[in-house]
Design a protein around this ligand. Structure first.
Ligand code: HSE
Length: 344
């Protein structure tokens, strides 16, 4: 049996989500792939760090943090150890980077990713910061070290978009993409269409855990802009930054506009899109669009995400699925880990 050692950097919702999957799916994975993942390090800014080359007790770690506790009581606890120190010292084949996203600087995640790659470890991340800002550089850095840098979960959580496009649409030209890339705003627009005022819809989205810590990231479209940048740079050969994307959020949409759209057989969605214009430049935007109900994106309600790829050989192909969530985003890391294991 192939055994791969794993370090989890960031033990919040996503880190805990993937830890649960590693535990719950161990038997299935051993049967299907002959692979076992052994977690040898966990590090979290608030909860502390664990380091044990023979494997930490992941169930105990999950239990310890369940009620807001720390990892200090677990075997292998290393009080005061930072994430970067953990990455420098751990015995791991794969580092999972699941710390908080800072889309302006990409830190501290980018330093974590670089440190792991430089030690010859594969990296999978759900963190949009490093990928929005430095995807190409980090992919090349990993390739030079003969390791993988994967980030499926940065767009639509575990719903396959990047790997789907790069693997299954290989051979097609992707001429453009358009999608519902933010669950919070889609949930809010759906609720508003059902008559709920904006503030109530936002509060409910926050309560359900869809919203980013600062809701501006969702309602002003910044989160979707990050995803449009990732898709454009990875799939359309662009080299754009967030500032290159025309952006308008959902804060100015009125109940009257939503009702008028409904009367005209349309529905407002916050649409992230990018396409190659004549001359080769990339036109990218995030803005509310009143879509005809016949558009596959118009039927996607609640916090669900969807993405349509405009391809030369297949025409439009739409993927619909989860865009956020503990298990859903944790799964994206798990899928990246299996991809790495299959190639390792
Ligand atoms: N706040 C984001 C959303 C989470 O609502 O889609 C995933 O990036």
């Amino acid at each position: 049996m192939k055994k791969l050692k794993v370090a989890i950097i960031g033990f919040g919702t996503v880190g805990q989500g993937v830890a649960e999957i590693i535990l719950n799916k161990a038997e299935d994975l051993e049967k299907s792939d002959g692979v076992a993942f052994e977690v040898t390090a966990v590090s979290d800014m608030q909860k502390g760090s664990l380091l044990d080359a023979t494997g930490v007790d992941l169930a105990a770690a999950l239990n310890a943090v369940k009620e807001g506790g720390t990892l200090e009581s677990c075997g292998g606890a290393m009080p005061g150890r930072t994430a970067i120190e953990t990455i420098a010292e751990c015995d791991a084949d794969i580092v999972l980077e699941a710390t908080y996203t800072d889309i302006k600087t990409g830190e501290p995640a980018t330093s974590h990713v670089k440190a792991a790659i430089d030690r010859g470890m594969h990296v999978a991340t759900t963190n949009k910061g490093p990928v929005v800002l430095f995807a190409r550089e980090l992919i090349d850095r990993a390739a030079a070290k003969k390791v993988r840098f994967l980030f499926e979960g940065t767009v639509m959580s575990g719903t396959p978009t990047l790997s789907f496009a790069m693997r299954n649409l290989a051979g097609c030209e992707i001429r453009g993409i358009q999608g519902i890339l933010n669950g919070t705003t889609n949930y809010m627009l759906t609720e508003m269409e059902n008559g709920k005022p904006y503030d109530e819809a936002l509060a409910q989205a926050q309560e359900l855990g869809y919203a980013e810590a600062v809701p501006d990231a969702d309602v002003e479209g910044f989160d979707a802009v990050g995803k449009v940048v990732i898709l454009s740079n990875l799939l359309l050969g662009a080299k754009i930054a967030p500032g290159d994307v025309d952006r308008e959020g959902i804060t100015k949409i009125t109940p009257g506009q939503i009702a008028d759209a409904a009367a005209a057989g349309k529905r407002y969605k916050l649409i992230g899109s990018a396409k190659r214009a004549a001359g080769g430049a990339i036109e990218a935007s995030v803005r509310p669009v009143a879509l005809p109900l016949s558009d596959p994106l118009a039927g996607v309600g609640g916090a669900t995400n969807a993405l349509t790829f405009d391809t030369d050989l297949l025409g439009p192909v739409t993927v619909v699925g989860a865009g956020a969530g503990r298990t859903e985003t944790g799964f994206s890391l798990y899928a990246d880990m299996i991809e790495i294991a299959r190639g390792a």
